[in-house]
Unconditional design. Structure first.
Length: 218
C-alpha cells in the first residue's frame, strides 16, 4: 500500500514545481493607495436648561437706592465633536445698550420705562474639562499653538473683543480634544429705582441675552 502511494505523491510534487517555474516567468504587480479626506470635525453645542438662567419672579420692593444682587445661576455647556480639534469661542452682548454699570465684563438686562436700564449681569466660565480631564480657561488664542495671554481655573468672560478657549494646565496653549465642557455662571444685579427711570408698576421681564460663536482653532 505504501509503495503505491509514494510515487503518486512525488508526481504531484513535480507537477507543482513545474507550475511554479512557469509562474515565475511573469512579473506580478499590485497598487497601494493612500486615501482620506481633510475636513473640519462636526461639532454640536448643548447647554443645560436650553441656556436659560431663570431668576423667577422678583418683587419690585427689592429695588431701592442701591443695586440689588440677585445671586448666582449656573448652567453647563458642552461642545461635542466627531474628531479631535481645538475649540475657541467669541461672545457678544445682545443687550449692550442696557448695561446699567459700565464694565468690560458687564452684560445688559434690558430697558424699562423708556430710557431706564434694568441692571446688568456678569458671566464666568469655570470647571472646564476636555475629554473628561480637568483643564483651564484661556483668553487670547488665535491658533492651536499660539500662546495665551491668560490661562486660569476661572475667568470672567468679557463682552466683546476676546477669544476664549480650553487650555492646558502646563503649557498655556489651547487644549485639543473631542468633548469640551464648562460651567457658565451668571451673577445678576438690578439697577436702582432712579436708574430704572422710576418705579416698576407692571410685570417687566429681564432680557439679558448673549451669543457665543464657536470656531475651530487651526
Amino acid at each position: 500500500m505504501f509503495k503505491t502511494f509514494r510515487p503518486s505523491l512525488l508526481a504531484g510534487a513535480i507537477a507543482v514545481l513545474a507550475g511554479g517555474q512557469a509562474f515565475a516567468q511573469t512579473t506580478p504587480t499590485t497598487t497601494l493607495t493612500v486615501i482620506g479626506n481633510i475636513a473640519p470635525p462636526t461639532c454640536d453645542v448643548a447647554v443645560t436648561n436650553n441656556g436659560k438662567f431663570d431668576y423667577g419672579n422678583i418683587s419690585p420692593t427689592v429695588i431701592g437706592s442701591t443695586n440689588y444682587d440677585l445671586g448666582n445661576q449656573t448652567q453647563t455647556l458642552s461642545v461635542t465633536c466627531d474628531g479631535t480639534t481645538f475649540m475657541l469661542f467669541t461672545n457678544q452682548d445682545n443687550e449692550a445698550a442696557s448695561v446699567s454699570t459700565a464694565g468690560q465684563a458687564n452684560y445688559g438686562l434690558g430697558m424699562v420705562n423708556n430710557t431706564g436700564k434694568l441692571g446688568y449681569y456678569t458671566l464666568t466660565m469655570q470647571n472646564a474639562t476636555v475629554d473628561g480631564v480637568t483643564s483651564r480657561v484661556g483668553n487670547g488664542a488665535n491658533t492651536a499653538g499660539s500662546a495665551l495671554t491668560f490661562c486660569g481655573a476661572t475667568q470672567g468672560i468679557y463682552t466683546t473683543g476676546h477669544k476664549w478657549t480650553w487650555c492646558s494646565n502646563t503649557t498655556s496653549v489651547p487644549l485639543g480634544g473631542q468633548v469640551f465642557v464648562a460651567d457658565f455662571v451668571t451673577n445678576a444685579y438690578l439697577n436702582t429705582e432712579t436708574g430704572m427711570n422710576g418705579e416698576i408698576t407692571t410685570t417687566v421681564p429681564l432680557q439679558g441675552s448673549a451669543t457665543l460663536t464657536f470656531q475651530l482653532a487651526l
